[in-house]
Structures are given as structure tokens and as C-alpha cells.
Design a protein around this ligand. Structure first.
Ligand code: DUT
Ligand code: MG
Length: 142
């Protein structure tokens, strides 16, 4: 549902794209390190068993340092409020100026399972075991 009828609905830039672009309904300037919760003018009713994931756009991230604090944001199937994007400017020097209608993020809709959590006193073994956080090594050149 569009809460702002003047702006286009989410759209895939190409056939087969995973992410549909979301737009800001407001002008916003982010100073270096600043964040803002930005409205998209979109509300939706995803079918049960699906989730909407709000991902950064790679071009804005690589060129300007525009990211999302909670990337990817989670839009629950039962959520009926406005989808918002927690943008952050990670550039150390330059401010980022966004204008109403700019495409600021992309929504990826995926199937999702709901687990049934079963409490146990022992876990089955595995090859990895409890190794993590770099247990297989870091940069290959060092
Ligand atoms: O990037 C996002 C992330 C979340 N939401 C909306 C939809 C989601 O269903 C709801 C709650 O998100 P989440 O569970 O991540 O936030 P919370 O801090 O746990 O809030 P709550 O206590 O309402 O679950 O906020 C967005 O619009 N954009
Ligand atoms: Mg929550």
C-alpha cells in the first residue's frame, strides 16, 4: 500500500532482480557518522512464511558510504506499519544529501522457516565443533 501516492511503488530495476528499490519520502542530509530513520511511504501485508529484508544499495554504499545500521532490516509478515530504513553515513568526511524520491535501499522478499525450539542437555557432534571467529585462519597473505 502506498502511503504517499505521489511516489512510485517499490520496483525491480531489471527482470529477475532480487531487490525492489525503496524510496525516501523526505529530504534528509546525513553528516559523517550520522544516522536517521527514513520513511519509505510503503506498508505491506506479506504472506505468512515470508520476510522482507531491507538491504543497502551497493552503489550508494561503495560510492558514498551510505549503509543501514541494522542491515538487513527485518520486515515481519504481520507488520502493517510504514517500512522505514535506518540509514547511516559511514563516510568519514562527506555529508550525504538525499532528496525525496531517491532510491535509498532495496527490499528482498524471502521465504522463511519458523523453528520449534527444543531444549536439550547435549548437542550432537560435528566436524566444526565450537570453532568459529577465525578458527580456520584470517587473511591468506599474512
Ligand atoms: O529496517 C526495518 C526493520 C524493521 N522495520 C519494521 C518492520 C518490523 O516488522 C518491525 C520490527 O522490527 P524488529 O523486530 O527488527 O525491531 P525490534 O526493535 O525488535 O522491534 P519490535 O519490538 O517491534 O519487534 O519494524 C522496518 O520498517 N524497517
Ligand atoms: Mg522484534
Amino acid at each position: 500500500m502506498r502511503l504517499d501516492a505521489e511516489l512510485p511503488p517499490p520496483a525491480y530495476a531489471h527482470p529477475g532482480d532480487a531487490g525492489a528499490d525503496l524510496r525516501t519520502t523526505v529530504d534528509v542530509t546525513l553528516k559523517p557518522g550520522e544516522r536517521a530513520l527514513v520513511p519509505t511511504g510503503i506498508a505491506m501485508a506479506l504472506p505468512e512464511g515470508y520476510v522482507g529484508l531491507v538491504h543497502p544499495r551497493s552503489g550508494l554504499a561503495a560510492k558514498h558510504g551510505l549503509s543501514i545500521v541494522n542491515a538487513p532490516g527485518t520486515v515481519d509478515a504481520g507488520y502493517r506499519g510504514e517500512v522505514k530504513v535506518a540509514l547511516v553515513n559511514l563516510d568519514p568526511v562527506e555529508a550525504i544529501e538525499l532528496r525525496r524520491g531517491d532510491r535509498i535501499a532495496q527490499l528482498v522478499i524471502q521465504r522463511v522457516e519458523q523453528a520449534r525450539f527444543v531444549e536439550v542437555s547435549e548437542l550432537p557432534g560435528s566436524v566444526r565443533g565450537d570453532g568459529g571467529y577465525g578458527s580456520t585462519g584470517g587473511f591468506s597473505s599474512r
